[in-house]
Design a protein around this ligand. Structure first.
Ligand code: GDP
Ligand code: MG
Length: 320
């Protein structure tokens, strides 16, 4: 049996190998994904982003358990978690803390969990995350939770491509302001104020709700359809397991809205096109670089550094 068939049969080891292959850009990984592609497109993809330390991993952990146990559906949904960790410039590895906290999930056979280190390459992280999500969809998961730290543009891009985006904040992070600065409030379908067990959670929730209100008013009329969903604010305590059921009900309500409004399909298409465009750009750049004598590029860059040629002029010359 080949790897694609094994993945379709629910073989977890084959799936883990495929994900590693995709992360490492191995051709076998792409071949398998090519074969698996017709089996993708059914899962509910939930992006979870927000500042570091707001409790995303803890919340994803609780949410995954809750969804898998009491999804309200028959049979219970199959849940996968993809944690996209920021790479450390020194180790290049995923953060240890997340792996440790995810351990109780790993002991649950019905929940599949994968941690992914970010890659330095141009758009590499977002592209690889897109590929891993496709593989998880093909493997038959009904719900895929994708955790990213809302620190950089590419992490925000990953979360934004989900059907449902949760932005997780917490009191005492310098938070409300931080969220506004990072511009991540506007991508929230659901805003979560975690650490509700701490002082200041209620007031942070009020401030953020007010900011969402202002943001909604500033949206262009072209976003009218999208505007028919008003991002609610949910208070949770991942620590005390509070607000988790209400949050999963809100997620279910968003899914129902997505289906009715047609936005589900729009977002699915946007996600596929984003992956396609990333792959196309990578391929074009690689092919073009291969077709150029190295000397041309070196000369061009030298002329640029000396300000003998503008970037515009150089590109015209390289393509003529
Ligand atoms: N008091 C409190 N602490 C929490 C809660 N959720 C997470 N934490 C703690 O906040 C810290 C960061 O949590 P983590 O899930 O790693 O946050 P992430 O960086 O957003 O993934 C950890 O020490 C958690 O134990 C909560 O609801 N209440
Ligand atoms: Mg985390």
């Amino acid at each position: 049996m080949n790897i694609a068939e094994s993945v379709l049969q629910g073989d977890r080891l084959a799936l883990a190998r495929l994900l590693t292959g995709l992360e490492n850009d191995q051709p076998q990984g792409r071949d398998a994904l090519d074969a698996l592609f017709p089996h993708t497109g059914k899962a509910h993809i939930i992006g979870v982003t927000g500042p570091s330390g707001s409790g995303k991993s803890s919340l994803v952990n609780r949410l995954a358990l809750h969804l898998a146990e009491t999804g309200g559906e028959q049979p219970a949904p199959r849940v996968a978690v993809l944690a996209v960790d920021p790479s450390s410039p020194f180790s290049g590895g995923a953060l240890l803390g997340d792996r440790v906290r995810m351990r109780d999930l790993m002991e649950r056979p019905e929940i599949f969990i994968r941690s992914m280190a970010s890659r330095g390459a141009l758009g590499g992280l977002a592209r690889a995350a897109g590929e891993l999500v496709l593989a998880l969809e093909a493997a038959g998961f009904d719900i895929i939770l994708v955790e990213t730290v809302g620190a950089g543009q590419s992490e925000v891009d990953i979360a934004r491509l989900a059907h449902t985006t949760l932005v997780v904040e917490a009191p005492g992070l310098g938070d409300d302001i931080q969220a506004a600065k990072a511009g991540i409030l506007e991508i929230a379908d659901i805003l979560v104020v975690n650490k509700a067990d701490k002082n200041g959670a209620e007031s942070a929730a009020h401030t953020l709700a007010a900011m969402l209100e202002i943001g909604a008013e500033l949206k262009p009329a072209s976003a009218l359809l999208e505007n028919t969903w008003k991002a609610p604010v949910c208070l949770t305590s991942a620590l005390n397991r509070e607000g988790i059921a209400a949050l999963s009900e809100t997620i279910a309500a968003h899914r129902a809205w997505l289906r009715e409004s047609g936005v589900w399909e729009q977002r699915a298409q946007a996600r596929l096109e984003d992956l396609f465009n990333r792959l196309l750009r990578e391929r074009l750049l690689a092919e073009w670089q291969r077709s150029q004598p190295q000397a041309n590029l070196t000369d061009a860059l030298q002329a640029l550094h000396k300000r003998e040629s503008s970037p515009y002029n150089l590109i015209e010359r390289l393509f003529s």
